[in-house]
Design a protein around this ligand. Structure first.
Ligand code: CA
Length: 236
């Protein structure tokens, strides 16, 4: 039954009623559901069950949702794992922090399970639209990145980029619409054995924007945490 079949969702929530309600709806919609009731258990389940998406409550015993999110984002295996955060209205400022730490979306309590499932499906669709590594090129407006040729063109004109600028742009394009922390970018482009600081990322983003002015507004800085390249259909 469409994209939902066989997708595994981890639901992390310490309120048993909500947990069972969400699990019930997910299973009714053809998802597989695994559950955790605290932050530490959540990290363990992510490792053991490798879910396709995590629904993560913000207020949790043992370790709160923000910390769980931060830890998942700091490890390459789970840096891109889709996360929807559950928050209460009163926690709205935390919600913003949550999004900056790399949650992909959030749902405010009280919520209808039906609405949550709709958000889950929307997020999974968005992720699936991201081209795989096997794809030959990425496009953004007039810019085309030819992966095999290791070349970037603006209209018909080639724009020379250094290897790191190329790698950075490729990573931003591949994960467009998502916030990538400086640490994630640094690890992806420079590698773990690199001794530079996260400021290196800022310098290279600035150079990319100088060489490709059409990225000036497209690559946005998210507070002190990192960057994202906006989806073309994304507002603001
Ligand atoms: Ca809670």
């Amino acid at each position: 039954m469409g994209t939902s079949s066989h997708k595994k969702i981890l639901v992390v929530e310490d309120e048993e009623d909500i947990l069972q309600l969400v699990r019930h709806y997910l299973e009714k919609e053809g998802f597989r559901a695994v559950t955790a009731m605290n932050g530490l258990e959540a990290l363990k389940k992510v490792k053991e069950d490798t879910p396709d998406l995590v629904v993560l409550d913000l207020m949790l015993p043992e370790m709160d949702g923000l910390e769980v999110c931060k830890r998942l984002r700091s490890v390459p295996d789970t840096a891109m794992l889709p996360i929807i955060m559950l928050t209460a209205k009163a926690e709205e400022s935390d919600t913003i922090v949550g999004l900056e730490l790399g949650a992909d979306d959030y749902v405010t309590k009280p919520f209808s399970p039906k609405a949550l499932v709709a958000r889950i499906k929307a997020l999974l669709r968005r992720i699936e639209r991201v081209p795989s590594n096997g794809q030959d090129q990425y496009r953004h407006e007039d810019l085309t990145m030819h992966l095999a040729r290791h070349e970037v063109t603006l209209g018909k004109k080639e724009v020379p980029l250094t290897a790191k600028e190329f790698g950075l742009l490729e990573h931003l394009l591949r994960h467009r619409g998502r916030v990538l922390t400086r640490e994630v970018l640094l690890n992806a482009v420079w590698g773990y054995d690199y001794y530079g600081t996260t400021r290196t990322v800022d310098v290279h983003v600035r150079r990319l924007k100088q060489k490709l002015p059409l990225l000036e507004d497209a690559i946005v800085s998210v507070k002190s945490l990192g960057y994202k390249l906006k989806d073309s259909d994304e507002p603001g």
